[in-house]
Design a protein around this ligand. Sequence first.
Ligand code: NCD
Ligand code: ZN
Length: 353
Amino acid sequence: MTPQRLVMTQPDDWHLHLRDGEMLKAVLPYTARQFARAIVMPNLKPPVTTAQQATEYAQRIRAALPQALREQGITFEPLMTLYLTDHTSADEIRRAQDSGLVHAIKLYPAGATTNSDSGVTDLHRCTKALEAMQRHEMVLCIHGEVTHRDVDVFDREAVFIDKVLIPLRHRFPELRIVFEHITTRHAADYVRSASGPIAATITPQHLLYNRNSIFQGGLRPHYYCLPVLKREEHRQALLAAATSGSPKFFLGTDSAPHEQGAKESACGCAGCFSAPFALEFYAQAFESAGALDRLEAFAAFYGPDFYRLPRNTKKIALSRVQQQITSPIAAAGGSIIPLGFGEALDWRFEGPA
Ligand code: NCD
Ligand code: ZN
């Protein structure tokens, strides 16, 4: 029988871009409606590189939650991250750990994606920081792509596994790693079969679309994110991993808002804004695989278990209601085109259950 309503433990988003200032105010409510907590990416301009900056950013995020949502009993807990650079010290990792607020350190290979200019040029420059992370059991979140110009864009994740991830884990076997927004069969296979403390997050766009979506009847910038969408065989491998029931795979939207003009441009930004319909997208993907019964664990259990945080206790509900994604989202004086714009969804997020 096809279920008409889904009630589940409130999920968390284990990879999210909230930005800052007016953009933060505009996008935060969408995430806070659906998710109790989120791992907040540090790729601001300039990036969040110290525990002190992370503490201040967390305060701005808390302050940006609108009064109207608070009055509905909605709370939101930002789980902060630091941006790893060639200069991150072991002391900074310790301060991050002591803050109780920073839950991961983020590795962006320099030049890999939006605002990654300060990223790591060579992991050997980060030995002290990595040793400290391993010692303090601090999670390392990884944007897993090499950035050499001579590596094909569609191969960057697979090459990263061989050239960077495997040697890194060889040097730091106890380092707790989240391989973020995986996009290929190679990454899913690697994480599934790897021993030791490694998990992966999977975005809604990589579960729902393949690279054809970027070129459907013309160039479609709102389907462009990094790592870029891959072939259909990879989408299927990711869907199989997400719905497998393995605790190594959990939800991370990578919702990454950019103003419409910044994406519809001669050099458009990477990032899909999925926050307004995040759970609906995942429900759509899981239902397509006949695995709705596995959505709750993927969305609400395996993430906190890996991060060693308590699972949420509140419940939320989605109902089977057809809805069309028709409206741009007003933000910071402009608009953002949400992921799936113009498409139909079979589910609608209701709210607390
Ligand atoms: C992210 C952004 O816009 O900050 N973009 C994206 O395509 N995912 C950066 C990132 O996580 O790679
Ligand atoms: Zn991201």
